[in-house]
Write a protein that binds this ligand. Sequence first.
Ligand code: ADP
Length: 263
Amino acid sequence: MIKFSNVKKVYKDKIIALEEVNFDITPGEFCFIVGPSGAGKSTIVRLLVRQEMPTQGEILFESIDITKIPRKLISLYRQQLGIVFQDIKLLPSKTVEENINFALEIINTPKEEVNELTKYLLETVKLDNKGDLFPDALSGGEKQRAAIARALANDPKVLIADEPTGNLDPTTANEILDVLQAINNAGTTVMVVTHDKYIVDKMQTRVIHMDGGKIVSDAQGGYDISSLPGNDSTAKPKANDKKSEVTETDDDLKKLKKLMKND
Ligand code: ADP
C-alpha cells in the first residue's frame, strides 16, 4: 500500500532529514514510527502527504508514484488519506457534530447521507453523546478522538496520526489506542508516529525505529525490542486480508490513477 524506496530528504542548508529509507506497509497493517526528536519521523509524514518532495527515491501509494502526482491532483490524492496532526484543530465555532458534517460536505457527500455518516463516525470514536458540544468543552482525549472522526470522513485507506496521545495520561491514551485499534480491525491501515512508549509496548505490533534520518530497526514488538541492534528488517506484517480486496474497486483511486495516466 505504501512503499518508500531509497528515500532521501535534504532540506535547505544541507540538513539531511532522511537517508536510505526503505519500508513497505501492506494493506490492513498497524505500524508505529518511533524515534527521538529530529529522527526524521515527521519528514516521513510530510513526504507521504505530499507536503514535501523527496530529494531522491520513490514513494508509492497503491502503485502510484506520489512524487509524480501533478499539483492539480494532489487534493484528490490526499482524499485517500486520513490525517490527524497534533496541530490541526477542530473549528471552534462549530459543534463536534457540525465539524464532522462540514468535513463530509467538503467532499461532496450527498446531503441525505451526512447526518447518518456523522452519527456513525462519532460512534466509531465513542463520542456519540458529545456531538452537541463545542470543541472547548471536550477533554484532550475527546478532542483527539473528534479529530480522528473527522479524519475518517473521507473513508481513507490509511489513517496517519502524528503523536495522537501526546500530552495525554495513560488512561486517555488507552482510549485513543482502542479507537485506533478498532479502526484498524475494520480494515483501515493505520500509521502512528509517536514518542509514547506506553502505547507502543501495549500494542506489540510493527515498530519502525528511526534515528538520525535512518531506519535503525523494523520489527514486531515493543518500543525497546525494536531498538535492539540486529533487529533490522525482521518485520513480518501480520497476515491481513481485511481491506486489500476493496482497494482496487475504489472510485476515487481509480480516477486518480486514470488521470495520472492521461497527464
Ligand atoms: P522528528 O519528527 O523525528 O522530530 P523531523 O522529520 O521533524 O524529525 O526532522 C528531521 C531533521 O530535519 C531535523 O534535523 C530537523 O531539524 C530537520 N528539518 C525538519 N524540517 C525542516 C525544514 N522545514 N527545514 C529545514 N530542516 C528541517
